[in-house]
Design a protein around this ligand. Structure first.
Ligand SMILES: *[C@@H]1O[C@H](CO)[C@@H](O)[C@H](O)[C@H]1NC(C)=O
Ligand SMILES: *[C@@H]1O[C@H](CO)[C@@H](O)[C@H](O)[C@H]1NC(C)=O
Ligand SMILES: *[C@@H]1O[C@H](CO)[C@@H](O)[C@H](O)[C@H]1NC(C)=O
Length: 534
């Protein structure tokens, strides 16, 4: 039956397309251009390609070798907080399998790796307890092995997991005391690892932390208020502003410490990671276009304006008034210029609707959102293919646009894309063979890389790209069901199995795709040692 109607349908579509599209030919040309295969040579020789992970999402070994309890240990152990009641107790057991994981990165041809340090492995009780040498020893082994394989370590000092004790004592990021704790931790990292680590990231995505932990209340410490969520504590209007303020000052003070005591002799660089969605107007209306600017300011410039220019964006000051905390003169001075690179995590683009001149729902009108509403759908059609994360859609052009935005707002700062990646919708097959044959993920990376290359051809100074993630891992409140990895991880055996995307990166980067066609039970590190050294 299908064969009878198909020819009619496709010719009808063709006629409709030719008749209604004003420039059918240029449309076809663009499509063709987009489909041209991206090549390694589209990027500079010294461009860095890596994968990214974070400690709580991959390490496991949550009680081993003196590690203390983190906020995420405490939170994930409360039934009902994480999908399927998953926890990071075991995660990918990277703590015991890091050698194998580094060999797999090497086989993919990666020359950089972004990971984070578990605060409670180094300082089980923050500054209120002792330094745990066994934690330091673990990261020394990771760093040394990476360097041996020609992989540049990019180290995030704080990526969501913090000592539970600091939450219990003074409410962690709600208190300015947290600035002192963070700098105390950062100093130990610089002292212990800074001879070999040349790329420091102070904090990962403060803008995500405020959204998930203090507006929606779905990450610890689960603070929120209606209409955003039904938490037992919190104020979704005020607390996010305070938390961001403390995170930015903690960052600035750690950078001041690094610059004063370490950067000179160690010769590294330092910055902070923010997520940067791109936005497009919901309609062609001028007000919706202004809402795009506000969305970028209230989500991205909120983080970057203070550390580049020394203060919050004036649009935020105008709308939020006295709710927005103020920086003192001395604070502005240490904030301004407290970064060597712009680090951006980019996944998606959303439509933006104005709520300043028109009435939106109550939620959308909340000041913290800057009088705008964002959505992935227009007239029932999504802005790009849906993914495994709510409100993440595949919109490759968005990467070029956010890079251009950064280039214009913060000129002279080189950029790294510190995360970009894909998880399949939960409606897709969860048969292992299908998940390993991840053609959609390959296409995602190909198209986003092509978009990045285009921004660079037009003058953007981008130095590196990190795929999120090396392997399937504990995807925070979504648990293990949402898989972003280039390596498939079997939840029973924890065996790593390279997906098609891992092989694609290996071919693209000139790694060893033939090694990656095998399951990692064969790829043991001893075999690699003899392969590499012998
Ligand atoms: C999570 O744990 C709670 C309490 O034990 C239980 O009621 C709930 O059904 C569990 N959820 C899942 C998805 O297993
Ligand atoms: C909060 O609880 C109310 C009443 O149970 C419910 O109608 C509402 O949807 C909840 N809000 C959120 C954001 O979960
Ligand atoms: C992988 O999926 C593609 C479609 O996305 C299909 O054409 C191909 O045959 C599959 N390969 C394997 C090995 O299953």
């Amino acid at each position: 039956m299908g064969t009878k109607i198909l020819p009619f349908c496709s010719s009808l579509l063709l006629i409709l397309c030719l008749a209604s599209h004003p420039s059918a030919q240029s449309f076809a040309q663009n499509e063709e251009q987009e489909q041209q295969e991206i090549k390694r040579s589209d990027f500079p020789e010294h461009f860095l390609f890596g994968t990214a992970t974070s400690s709580y999402q991959i390490e496991g070994a949550f009680l081993e070798d003196g590690r203390g309890t983190s906020n995420w240990d405490a939170f994930s152990h409360i039934p009902g907080k994480i999908k399927n009641n998953d926890t990071g107790d075991v995660a990918d057991d990277h703590y015991h399998r890091f050698l194998e994981d580094i060999e797999l990165m090497h086989s993919m041809g990666m020359n950089a790796y972004r990971f984070s340090i578990s605060w409670t492995r180094i300082l089980p009780r923050g500054r209120f307890g002792k330094i745990n040498r066994r934690g330091i020893s673990f990261y020394n082994k990771v760093i040394d092995r990476l360097l041996l394989r020609g992989i540049e370590p990019f180290v995030t000092i704080h990526h969501h997991d913090l000592p539970d004790e600091l939450d219990k004592r003074y409410g962690s990021w709600m208190s300015s005391q947290m600035q002192e704790d963070f700098v105390y931790f950062a100093r130990i990292c610089f002292e212990e690892f800074g001879d070999r680590v040349k790329h420091w990231i102070t904090i990962n995505e403060p803008n995500l932390v405020v959204l998930m932990a203090y507006i929606k209340g779905v990450y610890p410490p689960a603070h929120c208020s209606p209409p955003f969520g039904n938490c037992s504590v919190g104020n979704s209007d005020i607390e996010p502003l305070i938390v961001m303020h403390n995170m930015l000052l903690a960052h600035a003070k750690a950078v001041r410490l690094y610059r004063t005591h370490f950067q000179g002799k160690q010769g590294g660089s330092i910055g902070l990671v923010a997520f940067g969605h791109m936005y497009e107007p919901f309609t062609d209306n001028e007000f919706d276009r202004q809402a795009v600017d506000r969305a970028l300011i209230f989500n991205f410039a909120w983080v970057y304006d203070p550390i580049v220019y020394g203060d919050y964006p004036k649009e935020m000051q105008a709308i939020l008034g006295s709710q927005l905390p103020r920086f003192s003169k001395a604070e502005k001075k240490i904030l301004k210029g407290s970064l060597d690179y712009i680090y951006v995590n980019h996944y998606t683009t959303l439509f933006t609707k104005d709520c300043l001149h028109s009435i939106c729902s109550d939620d959308a009108n909340r000041p913290i959102k800057g009088f705008l509403d964002t959505t992935g759908y227009r007239d029932g059609v999504s802005i790009g293919d849906p993914t495994g994360v709510d409100r993440f859609f595949v919109v490759p052009r968005g990467l070029e646009k956010i890079i251009n935005y950064i280039k214009e707002r913060y000129p002279d700062k080189p950029i790294f894309v510190t995360e970009n990646g894909y998880s399949a919708p939960s409606t897709d097959s969860n048969n292992v063979e299908d998940m390993v044959n991840d053609t959609k993920r390959v296409n995602y990376h190909k198209k986003y890389l092509a978009s990045l290359a285009k921004a660079m051809r037009n003058g953007a100074d981008v130095r590196g790209y990190f795929a999120w993630s090396l392997m399937d891992n504990f995807e925070w409140a979504d648990g293990y069901g949402t898989r972003f990895g280039l390596l498939y991880v079997d939840r029973q055996t924890l065996e790593r199995r390279p997906k098609l995307s891992a092989q694609w990166f290996a071919s693209f980067l000139g790694g060893h795709p033939q090694v990656l066609t095998k399951s990692s039970s064969i790829v043991n590190t001893n075999a690699f040692d003899s392969l590499m050294d012998g």
